[in-house]
Design a protein around this ligand. Sequence first.
Ligand code: EPU
Length: 422
Amino acid sequence: MDKFRIVGGTPLSGQLAVSGSKNSALPALAACLLTDEPVVLRRVPNVKDISTMRELLEYAGARVRDEEGRVRVHAKTLDRPEAPYEVVKTMRASSLVLGPLVARTGRARVSMPGGCAIGARPINFHVSALEQLGARIEQAHGYVEAQAPEGLRGGPIHFDRITVTGTEDVLMAAVLARGETVIRNAAREPEVKDLADLLTAMGAKIQGAGTSIIRVQGVERLHGAEHTIIPDRIEAGTFLLAAAISGGDVTVTECCPEHVAALTTKMELAGAEVDLAATDALRVRCARRPKPIDVTTEEYPGFATDLQAQYMAWMTLAEGISFVTETIFENRFMHAPELARMGASIRIEGRQAIIAGREQLLGAQVLASDLRASASLVLAALVARGESVIDRVYHMDRGYERIEEKLAAAGANIERVQARDL
Ligand code: EPU
């Protein structure tokens, strides 16, 4: 099992380029199931979760090919509209194929995702929204089985709570449903808008994506299209925080500054200098310890839960006490005890972490528990005195493309090692 060995203390400098968004590419790949014509996606990141989604598409019967840095999906026929447990258990976002499969073929059999390190994460909202569109759904033997032999019909959907992949799943179903669907309390994340842009390029009729009310006029069929995935705002935010925590001077390129505005506002309040270096680049400089600035995670455009762990790593070095409140997931503080192994002082009280900033962190052996927790440990290790070894970096590989190469090119002392090399 791979680990990262990091020796802290070097301020990052130069440029860090952002890849395409994992959480946009996942629904975009699922959307390719909605047409029998080829769809070409540019800027799909080469990360583990994407290979998993590609596996799911192929399992259902689609052909997936790499073509000069682009991914071409051709779902000419779908003989097996299913997502098996073996694949779904490794990636919860597998439930994104439920909506497209039932909309396109009239049936779908998708394994229910189990628990997850950051919370229970059920898919009940996906299921009830699809039922609103006329799918008959049964849950048995760990699978969700959906039937709509006569096709889906549009209708009103009101999510009890904002759900990102739930909104995406039902949006993909609604584009092929008869009549109008209105999705209320929809997620406003840029990834939802990106999906709607792809679906529109495929011939769908969608209004309001990016707001909390999305209107869809169903069409009979969709056609092929080409689409470029938006930049990964969570990778961009991770890089901005990596630059700041290391006391560096870095330009984060190929990003969308507006998508990380909630983070950059907090970073400036905490004392980092963040400047627009180009329409798609942000320069960040931070020469001293941050001021303690509280954050509360929220749905977009609020502060992203996917950046909470990385931000907390920075606050462990603040000149005072800060509060980090997690409102999206019930168990997303698994990085706190690992950061404590590096000398951080963090007390967890329910949904709140109370962090007493320290002058320095010390390198240690730590364990990554999930994707963003592993990113927070890498950030802490970049500034900790001495060597850190981060175990279970397969979590990191799920969502960050060549992270150690990118950070090393900006001056970080980081290497990937096999357990036997240690
Ligand atoms: N929820 C339910 N029932 C549902 C769906 C969601 O109770 O049917 C709850 C969840 O348990 C959670 C809250 O609603 O407490 C919000 O979850 P949401 O459905 O929005 O999360 P998701 O769609 O499963 C996506 C991202 C996550 C990101 C969250 C929140 C993808 C593939 N995943 O998950 O990304 O944290 O939205 O922004 O888009 C990551 O990349 O590390 C990651 C976990």
